[in-house]
Design a binder for this molecule. Structure first.
Ligand SMILES: [Zn+2]
Length: 140
């Protein structure tokens, strides 16, 4: 098992209200020439958590930070126009995100201080919400 010490949260940058499966994202990423989906977990609009790339393998979701992290992606993250960053998380997605993050923390002994949003490492809007503020809100 690789050494895992952090969780990085993403959005799929797909329009609000459009549900997308892990299988579809896997197709998109394979079309880019990758060998598998870049994220380890996908959270659908209804809160269903789908497995992406096996956790044992490094993901492809955050340049320079893939080796020791787990990539979690919620579906959404932009407004209906398809480009304006927006926190589109449904209540179900918020609930699932919290449960999943806690499970991963317990399983891999990840400190709450090691949970990040993609935008903390890249000049992007992803995941379209402030992960540090969210952690405080949910008392992680
Ligand atoms: Zn991202």
């Amino acid at each position: 098992m690789r050494k895992i010490d952090s969780i990085i949260i993403h959005c799929s940058a797909t329009p609000e209200g459009r549900d997308v499966s892990a299988a579809t994202i896997r197709q998109w990423h394979k079309a880019k020439g990758w060998n598998d989906i870049g994220y380890h977990f996908i959270i659908r609009l209804d809160g269903t958590v789908e497995q992406g790339r096996p956790v044992e393998q490094p993901g492809a979701h955050c340049t320079g930070h893939n080796q020791k992290s787990i990539g979690v992606c919620y579906i959404g993250g932009v407004a209906a126009d398809g480009k304006t960053p927006k926190d589109t998380r449904t209540d179900a997605q918020k609930a699932s995100l919290l449960v999943l993050v806690k499970q991963l923390q317990a399983a891999h002994r990840i400190l709450s201080s090691h949970i990040y949003g993609h935008r903390e490492f890249a000049n992007k809007a992803c995941p379209s919400f402030d992960v540090q503020a969210w952690k405080q809100e949910v008392q992680l």
